[in-house]
Design a protein around this ligand. Structure first.
Ligand code: PLP
Length: 391
């Protein structure tokens, strides 16, 4: 019998769905035309790109013309923030964001801060929630843009985007949200929400890596980050990644079907089995993020007296893929800035483990994790000088 393998790092990336792969394949070799060419080859590719744009638009209730394809989530975050900041520079130069944003967002805002702009970083509460009242208090006459994520990648908390966006709308401030973790996993309808721009990434929803999009509400002007041939309505130049966009489109269509089918309820059930099972079996662990307002596939905990990296490595040896904090910060000894922003102390934050389920995770996978993880924690605690001291 081959040993069981359980991948629980779907917030880092997901497996490309077989149907997505099959949709992409012809666009590498048969339909290889440049979508900007006028001949038959080009027209076929253009048809594919247009269809993909409609599929992505439909998933979030947008118009196709409101979807700008990019080379991934980081690029879409950069385009939203730099593009809007540059376009509105005569109106004001103040930007508001939160302390738990992805680096693609936070570092872009900080870079603008070194280049003539000013910014405010809003705190979050112990569950990772930003407060609409604090947002309102931070708005100044020169505030042009607010960016607060839809759902956090490390702790799974879903932000009150409707309320946050409403505050921005009332004050005439643009509202961007990084929707990479949420898109395709929870229902989002930009027609019903006061969202002006939203970032998406295909590889977090069973599509290919290096492909993303920025939803931009009709009428909003952005200065391009990438200049050139004027593709993507003049906002993002470069020959389209046709196979990638086809894959993103198919991933969006499949996600829309899943969201309509109620499959999400099963994902939530498995997530809660995992969280409940771990809490029952392991003393002194804390769920990080909000208990209920969290992504359906997301479980994140802090285990006292042990290091996240140790747990990750022993879990890996048991055939289970998890992450300790954020994939981008692993390798550094500093605990995650997101966990510190919740008010956790350093020793607790060091013991963080994130387990993120996929649409294909099943009860046997959860059983396996609940069997393997508690003894790993026990073993590491036995070795930990902090643990012994406290017993
Ligand atoms: C993964 C992620 C990104 C970056 O997207 P890439 O496609 O990997 O560049 C941005 N924001 C959040 C919240 C993410 O989880």
């Amino acid at each position: 019998m081959t040993p069981r393998k359980v991948y629980l790092d779907n917030s880092a990336t997901t497996q490309v769905d077989r149907k997505v792969l099959e949709a992409m394949l012809p666009y590498f070799s048969e339909e290889y035309g440049n979508p900007n060419s006028l001949h038959a080859w080009g027209r076929e590719a253009r048809k594919g790109v247009d269809n993909a744009r409609s599929q992505v638009a439909q998933l979030i209730g947008a118009e196709p013309k409101e979807v700008i394809f990019t080379g991934g989530g980081s690029e879409a975050d950069n385009l939203a923030i730099k593009g809007a900041a540059w376009a509105l520079k005569d109106k004001g130069k103040h930007i508001i964001t939160s302390s738990i944003e992805h680096h693609a967002l936070l570092d872009t805002v900080k870079w603008l801060g070194k280049n003539g702009y000013d910014y405010t970083v809003l705190p979050v509460d112990e569950t990772g929630m930003a407060d609409p009242k604090e947002l309102e208090a931070a708005i100044r006459p020169d505030t042009i843009l607010t960016s607060i994520m839809y759902a956090n990648n490390e702790i799974g908390t879903i932000e009150p985007v409707a309320e946050l966006g409403e505050v921005c709308r009332r004050h005439g401030v643009l509202f961007h949200t990084d929707g990479v973790q949420a898109t395709g996993h929870i229902k989002i309808d930009v027609k019903e929400l006061p969202i002006d721009m939203m970032t998406m990434a295909a590889h977090k929803m069973y599509g290919p890596k290096g492909v993303g999009a920025l939803y931009v509400r009709k009428g909003i002007k952005l200065i391009p980050v990438i200049h050139g041939g004027g593709q993507e309505f003049g906002v993002r130049s470069g020959t389209e990644n046709t196979p990638g966009l086809i894959g993103f489109g198919m991933a969006a269509e499949l996600a829309a079907n899943r969201l309509a089918s109620g499959e999400i309820d099963n994902e939530i059930r498995l997530r809660d089995r995992l969280i409940g099972g771990l809490t029952e079996r392991i003393p002194e662990i804390t769920l990080t993020g909000h208990r209920t307002k969290r992504l359906p596939y997301h479980a994140s905990i802090c285990v006292k007296y042990v290091e996240g990296e140790g747990m990750l490595l022993l879990m890996d040896a048991a055939g289970i893929g998890v992450s300790s904090g954020s994939a981008c910060t692993s390798g550094s000894l500093e605990p995650s800035y997101v966990l510190l922003a919740l008010g956790l102390d350093h020793p607790t934050a060091h013991g963080s483990v994130r387990m993120t389920l996929s649409k294909d995770t099943n009860d046997e996978d959860i059983d396996y994790v609940l069997e393997k993880f508690p003894p790993i924690v026990e073993k590491l605690r036995y070795l930990s000088p902090f643990y012994k001291k406290n017993q």
